[in-house]
Design a protein. Sequence first.
Length: 591
Amino acid sequence: MAASATPSQRPDGLSRGFTTAGPALSLTLLAPALVAAIATGLVAWNYAQRPPETRWSIFWHLSAAYDFTPAALQLWILAICLFAPVPPRLSTVVGKAVGWLGRRVGFVALCSALLLSILSLTVHRAYPLSMDEHAAGFQAEIFAAGRLVGQWPPLLVNGLLDPAHEPDFIIASRATGEVFSGYSPGHALLMAPFAAIGVGWACNPVLSGLSLMVLARIVSRCLGEACVGWAVLFWLASPVTTAYGISFYSMPSHALLNMVFALLLLLPMPERAALAGLTSGLAMSLHNPFCHAVFAAPWIAWLAGRRSRLPALFLLIACCAPVYLGLAWTWHAMEQRAINESLEVKRRLNPSLATEMPTSSPPADEPGGAFAFPTPTMVRQRALALVKMISWESPGLLAMAAWGAWLGWSDHRLRLFAASAAGTFVAYLFVTFDQGHGWGYRYFQSAFGCLPILAAACAAQPAKFDPEVLRRLGLAAAAGLLLALPLRLFQIREFIDEHLAQQPPIDARLIERWGTRVITFIHRNGGYYRSDLIRNDPFLRRGPLRFVGDDAESDAIRAKSVADMLNSDLVPISSDERGSVWVLTPKKVSP
């Protein structure tokens, strides 16, 4: 019997694409995308049945409003690329493109950083959207000025800071007016040099470009140069890396430092272990220590598992501890001092007031701490988080990473990356928060680099992972880059524009003329997360000043109070349901 024709030899000239394992393999790659499309469709349908004036929390809202169309698009891309006839020439083009990406990583990383910078300005509007982003950018501005804390007039603190944002995001002393971020300062330190020259929005694009280079180095050492281009392609084709690369979130710095930490420990020599310790100390101080701790845990256990590696472990800990503890203790001391000073002011004004800073209370049927055994609500949150991961990544990436981990299990380095990825997801099953704002599954983003590394391992196993399926996945990634990414960028810009439209409009010429003498009151009642718009420069160097507002009547009373404090006259400019705008003019001297 004659041997069966290879795809390139078939008379129709089309690659129908599969060896014996091809169809079954393709179905396993398609299944997660199918689940994501169905799940996001159900969430969106359920959301559409609600009254238009009601909205879910931001975590559920973003998925209900924005995830179904991209998830369905991803499903179609995968289905077409995996099962439709594809001209052999197209598969050849994909192979050449992957080879080029692997050979030109530095150039690709530079172009990526430049493009992300442009998108940060045009799509993200150089605006820290969520309060998590604002807290980091706020502290970066303080560091850029050579200070540890900002300064507001003590009497204006209560008006300039929404109580709902304290102490989680911003902390201020009512006694001294000192103000600073409630988060650990590591990411703000990385952003500070950019903020010093007025381009704080360029920090994450640069960190993302560096991450791409570190990713390529890891793949080169673990899998060989031939696999580098695949990892680069899967990273670039994942909209979530672009979304965070143009934001002010700390996730790009977490992803970068976690990959640097792992890269250093691939060869745990003393000097590399010391550098890994310093990296670990900074990584634990970026936002909160949990993100890095769960990623690093498998690597620490691996070092501790053999006596010959114990000196490297001790050196790592010795270098990590002073960096992390120095930053953590400094920040904790600042927080406690500011909180105690504010409480003392409150006691003097009204001894009957509560003796603790305001904090949000969880529902009565939910745990009150940061960690708990998973409740039904927490399980639903993490199930949706997994769906969001799938819909925000390169088509088929999660399933491909699982295949790569399985095929490369004999390599301890790939086992460690798989353990870091799985450990990060599992650890957050016990975190009570749903992540709040954020694109995709923000809590997993610190370990996202593990996915393209593991996926690239499939390219190193041509005898076990059908090369034709691999080329088709590359084609799906390219299609996602051209179709899914622009859709996600449009959604991000649309959401930011809708959010900013909730504040009272102010003529730019008014700000140019009066600067910080322009004050606006943001009405917290109504709107959607409208109170997030109440944010101010740490030194009140730029206008308008944004104050807490509730209604037109209270705005007028508070504006008059501010004018009296600053010995100014008050001119009303505009007022609507969103808030009001005023100008403080120099006090007229009576004749």
